[in-house]
Write a protein that binds this ligand. Structure first.
Ligand code: ADP
Length: 178
């Protein structure tokens, strides 16, 4: 599998090609959720399908959420302990989209720390239906994560899981520019 990683302090940041529901070695995965924490399509559809119907039941009790916000649930039939649901900004609507996107990653990492998790995998939030151009979203995501790495205690490994080759190349470019 294609991947590249860097170390900042005691924490590894990895960019890999793959499917967010196949991250067996991660404590948590992030879901690119909708405000009401309903099943939806894209990443959310794949995550809810793999987790089973109990995920939506629990998640919906935690909504609605605002852009940039993160909430945690159990992971049910997924191979992880938790799912951290974040609401990415809709590119043309939720302003400032770069701050709100950075908040998604930062708030998700805060929840990992609060729950003493050691690892989390993220998809490229907002780059699907929410319309954030991937070449703009990739540096925002990687910079937000990188800035947070020195203050993490329990989290040791962070992975961005990218679904296709073109988006992967954008993220590797942003990783190298950190
Ligand atoms: P958003 O609504 O936040 O834009 P989407 O789910 O529409 O979220 O898409 C976010 C990104 O996740 C897109 O780049 C899409 O290609 C990618 N993606 C879709 N399915 C998966 C998956 N199973 N694993 C990882 N990434 C995925």
């Amino acid at each position: 599998m294609k991947k590249e990683q860097i170390l900042n302090g005691n924490v590894y940041l990895e960019v890999s090609m793959g499917d967010i529901v196949m991250q067996k070695d991660m404590d948590a995965i992030a879901n690119a959720a909708n405000a009401f924490l309903r099943v939806g399509g894209g990443v959310a559809g794949a995550i809810h399908k793999a987790a089973g119907p109990e995920l939506e039941k629990e998640a919906m009790t935690k909504g609605p959420i605002n852009p940039g916000q993160a909430v945690i649930t159990k992971a049910y039939n997924l191979p992880n302990k938790h799912v951290i649901h974040v609401l990415g900004p809709v590119y043309d609507r939720d302003i400032p989209h770069d701050k709100l996107l950075a908040d998604c990653y930062s708030n998700a990492l805060d929840l990992c720390e609060k729950h003493q998790l050691t690892s989390i995998a993220f998809p490229a939030i907002s780059t699907g239906v929410f319309g954030y151009p991937v070449e703009e979203a990739a540096p925002v995501a990687l910079k937000a994560i990188y800035a947070k790495m020195p203050v993490l205690n329990s989290v040791k490994r962070i992975r961005l899981v990218i679904f296709n080759e073109r988006d992967y190349d954008s993220h590797i470019k942003a990783l190298k520019e950190l």
